[in-house]
Write a protein that binds this ligand. Sequence first.
Ligand SMILES: Cc1cc2nc3c(=O)[nH]c(=O)nc-3n(C[C@H](O)[C@H](O)[C@H](O)COP(=O)(O)OP(=O)(O)OC[C@H]3O[C@@H](n4cnc5c(N)ncnc54)[C@H](O)[C@@H]3O)c2cc1C
Length: 396
Amino acid sequence: MATHPVARARMVAEQLTTLASEVDDRGEFPIRGRALLGETGLMGLTVPKEYGGFGSSLEVVHDVCRILGGACLSTAMVWAMHAQQAAIIADHGSEALKRDVLPKVASGQMFIASVTSERGKGGHILTAVAPLLRSGDSLLLSREAPVVTGGYHAEGYLITMRASEESLPSDVVMVFAHRSQLETKLASGWSALGMRGTHSVGMHLQGRLPACQLFTPEKGFAQIATSTDIPMGHLLWGSCWLGAAEGVYRGMLAILSDPAARRGYNLQSDLFAERLARVRLAIDATGAVIRETLREYAGMRERHALDDAIYMSPGFNLRINQVKVFASEMLFEAVDRLMQVGGLRYGYLKNPRVNLERAFRDLRAASLMYGNDRLLVANGKLALVDRSAFQSFNEG
Ligand SMILES: Cc1cc2nc3c(=O)[nH]c(=O)nc-3n(C[C@H](O)[C@H](O)[C@H](O)COP(=O)(O)OP(=O)(O)OC[C@H]3O[C@@H](n4cnc5c(N)ncnc54)[C@H](O)[C@@H]3O)c2cc1C
């Protein structure tokens, strides 16, 4: 087997391309795709080497997201959210938790789902409703989870809770739970327009956990959220969406360079050229924004410990939110425009050459997955206090 994770991702992507439409048609969790990701070691891409993973750089993670996103966006997103959860454990978990969980993740035995959304607070990650209770040395958990990507198939869960019954909603804690420690009930299905293979079902989770599965960072959950959870989430999701848009763009170009298939298109038309140019502009601009922010974040991780105040700075948080908003809007717009280029036959209708209609449906979810409205409201407030903005311009 190829040794580099990017080469492994290409091998997996070849198979995902053929599995994708089945997963989408049936709205089923990508069981075969998840198994392939385990067999190739890619489930452990963000797990440090000392725990058996690849410990890959963010640049490599970005490339793997794009490759998988270009083949099956649902599988890519299931994987990216898992990679995000594994990174949270590697960055912030107790040593006991890391030794317990990360080798299982690296060997492909464990897929970790994310439980942050909750009824009554929507997607807001920095608040929680259900309280974590204590009984002696144990933690007691009872949690409604309205949308859990791959939740029914997960072997582990990272869950946000209100710190205690007396705590404010803003006092959030995070716990890890093995599936075997929980009673899990399916509360609702996932009949969605797009991202159908993420099988993002509603669940109820209940159980008793040992205290070492509680995350106890010095600066509280905000430290986990700002240094790992949100940056990894927005950068990895954006990279998967980018891969999906790049994939259908490549597919459309292949059609346009095939003399038989391109017969219905007027490639000499200025309107056609302008439309294609705008698609390319949106994809390239998004790629540039993602990679620039990814470099900033990777540089911060090299230079600053994860409890450094820099991760909570307004400028960094604003840019991290911008990546998500920009990627979700621009890439959906790109695919929408590409559908206009492709027309009915290779755009709107399902066809064996390019999966534009699926990409269109999938990418429509991007602005809802942690709602852009919420992020833009937060960014407006951050913009007011971000004194670092355009500083070098003013000084120059
Ligand atoms: C494909 C997919 C996978 C997902 N996977 C998971 C998962 O694995 N785990 C998980 O926990 N969750 C998951 N989610 C849920 C997601 O993170 C959000 O919680 C959810 O999409 C937000 O739902 P909502 O729009 O009902 O809630 P909200 O974000 O609360 O929004 C409700 C409404 O209020 C608007 N709104 C929100 N805040 C503001 C504001 N400040 N100002 C103005 N308007 C505002 C929104 O635009 C929306 O119209 C997933 C969602 C999707 C689409």
